[in-house]
Design a protein around this ligand. Structure first.
Ligand SMILES: [Zn+2]
Length: 429
């Protein structure tokens, strides 16, 4: 099942890969339009010049073409071959120049001579080309024709938002960014995973409401927080989805609070999994959790990723491509997010209705032969006696099922099955 979803996520990534995205512009719109075919997101536009806290929505950037030609008219750098070749947000230029002048606007990655670096200049008007070190070394004294057919003008910042309503108005925020051009793990992996998580929850009966955001990183989160400041108290749990498709182990970056329910849930799931993982405290660099967890909001938003941004050499280079991300890793991360939703939806705090000594489980048919316990362990329907004892003992109105699962070292599922059996027998309320 998840193998199929892994392939579907990967196919969506292949479709989105060629699009030249940025923090504004048609690349974002095109991306959202494709996502909209899978989940009914609302596409929102915020005008250039709008003040959002200490920031201002920038001019909208669009690009059609760009190249560098040598004197013979041969294209030696071509945007159509890779959109990473253009410094993202480059202003237009159409000029002949010598090599010395051109070099001031060329960027390379000498330590990886075959890779194109990904660079941006959103808030300082500039132009430039990102090329491989090998391309750079081939450049001779010559006159070059430099052409960038881009446009920087008043327009909009575009983002996508999708709310799945549950029984409660309390919300779970799932946020990802969609501002990088052809880059897979750092960017598209988050976009496709978030899309498929929304698709999974779309037709489910849910307790929580789930809000999905597809925004340009930083400025998008700041804009969204600014527009929705009055509704932020609804957000009870949140996760930023980034770098979720590489072969590395899972990494959980905790919320700024450090002890939010979402922190406990993700930690429990990672401890239960058979793979290695890393858990780290919040730090103020990274993705949009920086804004959600800024001092003035301090929302309970963490980030579950695989290898974090900046910690893999392919990060922000042309090597973060379709080969770097694999369907099976997307599927593995997807499974973990689904497990998180499962705990969120099923967690609860109960009160033991027979707290003075243990209730007699046998007369209620809840007590099985102890010898049978081991052999029946794998059976989902089996109610573990130990789990029942834990739930009964800890259900004093203060401990949630998750707390009990953590304390007992039993799986959340086992604790939940025990609690359901006890509820059915009116031993819990
Ligand atoms: Zn990035």
């Amino acid at each position: 099942m998840t193998e199929k979803i892994g392939n579907e996520m990967y196919d969506l990534m292949k479709r989105l890969y060629p699009i030249c995205r940025s923090i504004t512009g048609d690349g974002v719109r095109q991306t959202l339009k494709i996502i909209k075919k899978l989940i009914p997101i609302e596409i929102k536009e915020v005008p250039t010049g709008k003040k959002v806290f200490d920031w201002t929505i920038p001019k909208e950037w669009n690009i059609k073409d760009a190249y560098i030609k040598d004197l013979k008219g041969k294209k030696i750098v071509d945007f159509k071959k890779s959109n990473l070749h253009v410094l993202n947000y480059s202003k237009p230029i159409n000029k002949k120049m010598n090599l010395i002048e051109l070099k001031k606007h060329l960027f390379t990655l000498p330590e990886h001579p075959d890779w194109i670096p990904y660079l941006t200049s959103y808030y300082k008007e500039n132009w430039g080309f990102c090329i491989t070190q090998k391309q750079f070394e081939k450049l001779k004294e010559d006159t070059y024709e430099v052409f960038i057919d881009s446009e920087l003008k008043d327009g909009h910042l575009t983002y996508g938002e999708y709310l799945i309503k549950g029984k409660s108005k309390d919300e779970v925020l799932i946020s990802t960014y969609l501002c990088h051009p052809s880059l897979c793990n750092d960017n598209l992996s988050g976009v496709v995973l978030t899309t498929f998580l929304a698709k999974y929850l779309k037709n489910k009966k849910l307790n929580f409401s789930y809000r999905f955001l597809f925004i340009p990183e930083t400025i998008g989160a700041i804009t969204w927080l600014n527009i929705n400041e009055k509704n932020l108290s609804k957000i009870k749990h949140g996760l930023v989805v980034t770098c979720v498709g590489d072969s590395g182990n899972l990494t959980y970056k905790k919320t700024r609070r450090g002890n939010a329910e979402i922190d406990k849930i993700v930690e429990k799931i990672l401890f239960e999994s058979e793979n290695q993982f890393t858990i780290c405290d919040f730090f103020p660099s990274g993705s949009d959790e920086r804004q959600y967890c800024s001092a003035g909001f301090n929302l309970p938003v963490g980030s579950l990723m695989r290898t974090p941004y900046g910690r893999f050499p392919e990060y922000h280079t042309s090597a973060d491509d379709l080969k770097f991300v694999k369907p099976k890793y997307l599927a593995d991360t997807y499974e973990k997010y689904i497990e998180i939703f499962n705990i969120l939806e099923n967690n609860g705090t109960y009160l033991n209705q027979n707290p003075k000594c243990e209730p007699q489980l046998g007369k209620r048919g809840l007590y099985r032969m102890i010898g049978a316990q081991k052999t029946q362990e794998k059976n989902d329907a089996f109610v573990s006696e130990l789990a029942m004892l834990w739930v009964l003992n800890m259900s004093d109105g203060k401990n949630s099922l998750l707390d009990i699962a953590i304390k007992s070292n039993l799986s959340f599922k086992e604790i939940k099955i025990a609690a359901d059996a006890l509820l059915k027998n009116k031993l819990l309320r």
